[in-house]
Design a protein around this ligand. Sequence first.
Ligand code: ADE
Ligand code: ZN
Length: 337
Amino acid sequence: MPNPLSPILQQMPKAELHIHIEGSLEPEMIFALARRNRVKLAYASVDSLRQAYAFTDLQSFLDVYYAGASVLLQEQDFFDMTWAYLARANADNVVHAEIFFDPQTHIERGVGFAAIIGGIHRALEQAKAQFGMTGGLIMCFLRHLSEDDAFATLELALPYRDKFIGIGLDSAERDHPPEKFARLFARARKLGLHLVAHAGEEGPSAFIKTALDVLHVERIDHGVRCTEDAALTERLAREKMPLTVCPLSNVKLRVFDRMAAHNLLHLLEAGIVATVNSDDPAYFGGYINANYDAVFDALPLKRRHAYQLARNSFDAAFLSDTVRQQYLARLDTFFRR
Ligand code: ADE
Ligand code: ZN
């Protein structure tokens, strides 16, 4: 039986704050771009690529994800990928989207920074004009690469400073603690960029603490392993530090063995500003509304939790106070119907 809250979950206005744009590349688009750009893939067909989506942990996913991103070469490719995501997000009533991108994956293959950020940014502008959707770009650094590589990438990005709002940290978490990028984040902070980092997804809760204390991030991406440390859980709630939680991702990458074991309700009950997001929707079985549906189906979440999660998404977004208030008012109107 469909969840009676599903229409509310689908229709309520929401922000998405944790979406890797390369993780929105559907297999069909991967094959279309491979043909257009004459890139040879290690998979014979869309079906065989899909069959590779049986992940056992974060690294097993990242291997397939970086292979998929190898078809992106031209500005138009980055536009087409981003536009497909934004149209999909608009259908899910996402009114504000903060989008991660991984420039190092592309620069390594000889793609110019201008093509990467130009295509993604152009799609965001079109979404603003066509849907009234707001958004921003967050440039993520691959933590398995060196600090030097990250600094060189930041230099390449600086001429495009007006096209992104912040930096993040992603890729393989194990053995790559936040401290590795302390100087990079200090530099970005001086530049007035917003700061976020993946922490406590597969790595220990101690990484959440160092992301806060050493990198001075404003949000934690995932962060679900905070509940292994009661004092940290309390601190996150007290400091209103948002967590961008990605339920389908967490089950696919075996952070939780099934959705019923997810700690989202526990996080909300602990007073944490938790949000629901899709992470890599093409790989993990669904976009943001599918994440809402899956977690509400598995856990005893109620209408008030739907409101709280949508509200948290706007509270945690990098928005001006004026626009934030407009979105919150719109959300309140929706829930008063
Ligand atoms: N890059 C894309 N998705 C990611 C995730 N869930 N964790 C770390 N790096 C990622
Ligand atoms: Zn992520």
